[in-house]
Design a protein around this ligand. Sequence first.
Ligand SMILES: [Zn+2]
Length: 376
Amino acid sequence: MSFIDCEKVIRRPLRLRSAPLSAGFFLLILLVVSCAPSVSTAETGQTPTAVIAGEVATQPLAESEPEIRPTIAPFRFVLPTPGAEPVSGWRPPLYPVPWAVSAYDHFYFARPIAADNVNWPLAEYRYGGVFFAPNIVHTGVDIDANEGTEILAAGPGTVISADWGLFSGSAGNISDPYGQAVVLRHDFGYKGQTLYTIYAHMSEIIAVVGQHVETGDVLGLVGDTGATTGPHLHFEIRLGENTFYRTYNPELWMAPPQGWGILVGRMTDEDGDLLNQFPVEVRPMPSEVPLRKVYTYAPGAVNADPYYNENLVLSDLPAGLYKVAFEYLEKDFQFWVDIYPGQVTYFTFTDEDGFQVKAPPVPTLDFLPGTPTVIP
Ligand SMILES: [Zn+2]
């Protein structure tokens, strides 16, 4: 039964009689239940909930039954319109920071938007994505939020910049693509290198340069200053140096929701060259629940993690079994991975050797992030 059929059935007013009412009401419930799966598509991932509205039916009763008067307003069921958001709007609380199950993980940061809002990266424009022009790669993640939403410090640190002009380097430059932005230099680093976080496109800056902030302190408000198509927070992690060229994927630095994990991959051709902007589908099994589409990084000013050396990250996956599928050189590939609570599941794909689902080799004792490995 299609969605439209359901609507027709559901919107027909009820005749209120005692026994037929309960039978009719029961039938209606069945219809609603049987209709529901058709609305829960792979696109929406939302399980529709029947909403009861106490609206009085306007259809007059037939002439032959004038003595029957409704004593309560008939119920009308309204199904929600499927939205575009591909994942559930509910997530468990985050793991406490710093969160690192393995010695090479570094989920040091809380999320810069509070949990009563969407606080996860926009799926269509992740780190390494391309939107504005083919040669401009995304050096952070975007978190969708209404203008005026509070932007929070992702970790303790000192405000070292709070102005327009972060990209151009000229303070007060109102044509700067970052708009009004705040930079924090954190109280902790990684492997001896300084960590910075960037909060861009603010409508209003609240923090001031020199101020020390704790995790969760308000730095400013969400806006759409700079190069944006609407209000959101652009969030970056920089390591070693506070420059555009030293960013890393925030999805490997923000603590995951409890019980959820992260898929990290390195995909190359048979020569070991990275597959760029390569589409991959990640589908929870069983497959009734929605799939996620993720792309490998585009070439440009993005850096792979010094340990994982990845070009694909998909965070916020509830623990469980997933099918990873894509088409490569006109052949369909698929394999299955387990996602574990609070952990990274790592895979490699090389055309020749196919998949390997195991962590990278353990680095030597002198392992350091070192110089950035900008993907050419
Ligand atoms: Zn952005």
